[in-house]
Design a protein around this ligand. Structure first.
Ligand SMILES: Nc1ncnc2c1ncn2[C@@H]1O[C@H](COP(=O)(O)OP(=O)(O)OP(=O)(O)O)[C@@H](O)[C@H]1O
Ligand SMILES: [Mg+2]
Length: 141
């Protein structure tokens, strides 16, 4: 299950203490002791794909991909892998308005530069069935 949403749109909060979460921030913390380190992006997403591949091979019941997953290009490798494993592929789209994301971001401890969120909002491509999702759930704020 791929979560799709801007920084501070509420993805990790929605997951709360669910099992089966692969989080790009948690992955950064594991290899770098810093969940905000953006200099190891390639490694972090390679690890995300590796973990998903093993989980699918081992028959995990559900895997949540907790990253912004904003564009089709970013989502494609995960979708492809899940389709290849004949798993159900779902998206959870966090349709939180930009100003609400900026408000939540400013109020939390790990503040992302607001101009980065504004820039990402322009690039955001909502998930579609055409890219392989069998189910698309939308979370309204
Ligand atoms: N439904 C909600 N209503 C109000 N505030 C919320 C809601 N969901 C999350 N928040 C708050 O918004 C902030 C950001 O939430 P969260 O960390 O879950 O976002 P995120 O999408 O995981 O962001 P990132 O992509 O940066 O990891 C947190 O402080 C959280 O408490
Ligand atoms: Mg998060």
């Amino acid at each position: 299950m791929l979560l799709v949403g801007l920084p501070a749109s509420g993805k990790s909060t929605w997951l709360s203490d669910r099992a089966g979460v692969l989080s790009s921030d948690a992955m950064r913390a594991l290899v770098r002791d810093d969940e905000a380190d953006q200099t190891i992006h390639g490694l972090v997403f390679k690890l995300m794909r590796d973990f998903l591949r093993y989980r699918l091979q081992l028959g995990a019941e559900v895997t949540y991909i907790d990253a912004t997953n904003l564009t089709r290009k970013h989502r494609r490798p995960f979708v492809k892998m899940a389709l290849y494993a004949e798993a159900q592929v779902e998206a959870v789209y966090f349709d939180t308005p930009l100003d609400e994301c900026l408000r939540r971001n400013a109020a939390r401890s790990r503040v992302v530069p607001p101009e980065a969120i504004t820039m990402l909002a322009v690039r955001l491509q909502p998930p579609t069935r055409e890219e392989g999702f069998q189910v698309i759930q939308t979370v309204e704020p």
